[in-house]
Design a protein. Structure first.
Length: 343
């Protein structure tokens, strides 16, 4: 969407055009990720940094009406720029992966439109991106594209942290009323292998690092107040009680899905409290409602663009398929006055 909205505004596209392009790009990226996502992670790549280049390029290419041959070229140009490393987690480079993917997707589509060439075989064979980065040349890549819609299984994150942490946060929130933080001896977190690989910074020193620390997120949630966005800021990591509890958290690779977790708290008097989560809040098995999603957006956006503009964005998005152009929406999200006189 970061790539599509400014292009849709500049090219005078409708809300329905934007939705179609978004779905095209989302489905390409999601189907690639369903096969390549975990292999990329286990090789140290950040799938968002790699695959968002490809999905966003397809979306922008579809939005500006590239013919088939130039859409393939657009994909090749995007694949030539695709990158992102797990070692960036906890730094500004991690969200930069997504921003760079959006910028590179727009560049790729505009270059393809102008006749610039790139390999149309970026996904194929021994020199294609899947084989080069993961060693996988899998017939499943894109096999269900257009017949199985993965957007209906999308996850929306309720917390301002890595999605692989959410199940453990949910368990800790439910355990918080039962636990006396002063008596906690150890905390065992059974989580996915991906969680241990990508979200296990043992003692985060900043808000960015806190987003990738299951230990910190669980300790913070156990102390009550849920898991508000400010917990994952520099200010949040300066709480001495949370950091002391963080050091008592052990991670164990147990589950296959990142939506699963079990948190057990052992107290100094020998009592144990445990909770198991099968589907984290916001995941396909436990989705956020439209109201949940709107509330999260309003909580985050109000401080940036003001309450009335934030509410107007929600209203415009709710009727996006009926919007004749995207000028008002684009203006509102960047904090400018919308073009309509009645807003």
């Amino acid at each position: 969407m970061a790539a599509l909205l400014p292009v849709a505004e500049a090219r005078g596209r409708t809300g329905a055009d934007l939705l179609r392009a978004f779905l095209a790009g989302y489905e390409v990226q999601a189907h690639l990720s369903s096969v390549l996502g975990q292999p990329l992670i286990h090789r140290g790549f950040h799938p968002t940094g790699v695959l968002t280049h490809l999905g966003s390029a397809i979306g922008v290419g579809a939005l500006i009406g590239l013919p088939r041959e130039r859409l393939a070229t657009c994909l090749g140009l995007a694949g030539a720029q695709a990158a992102g490393l797990l070692t960036s987690f906890g730094t500004m480079a991690k969200p930069f992966h997504a921003g760079k993917a959006a910028a590179d997707a727009v560049l790729s589509a505009f270059l393809a439109e102008a006749g610039f060439t790139g390999s149309p075989a970026v996904l194929d064979g021994e020199r294609g991106l899947p084989m080069v980065l993961t060693g996988i040349d899998d017939d499943r890549l894109g096999a269900e594209l257009g017949t199985r819609w993965l957007v209906v299984d999308n996850a929306v994150k309720p917390y301002a942290a890595c999605g692989a942490i959410h199940a453990a946060i949910d368990a800790a929130i439910r355990l918080a009323p039962l636990v006396d933080p002063a008596r906690v001896e150890r905390i065992r977190c059974d989580v996915s292998a991906v969680t241990v690989r990508a979200a296990a910074i043992p003692r985060p020193a900043s808000g960015l690092e806190a987003k990738f620390s299951t230990q910190y997120a669980v300790a913070s949630a156990l102390l009550g107040a849920g898991a508000p966005a400010w917990h994952f800021t520099d200010r949040g990591t300066q709480r001495a009680d949370v950091m002391a509890l963080t050091e008592r958290v052990d991670l164990v690779s147990t589950y296959e899905r990142i939506t699963q977790a079990r948190v057990e708290v052992l107290q100094t008097d020998g009592t144990r409290h445990a909770d198991v989560i099968d589907w984290a809040k916001g995941s396909p098995g436990n989705p956020m409602t439209s109201e949940d999603t709107a509330r999260k957006f309003l909580d985050l956006a109000t401080g940036r663009i003001g309450p009335s503009a934030a509410a107007e964005v929600v209203a415009l998005v709710d009727g996006l398929d009926k919007q004749p152009d995207l000028r008002d929406l684009a203006a509102l999200v960047r904090g400018a006055e919308p073009a309509r006189a009645d807003v």
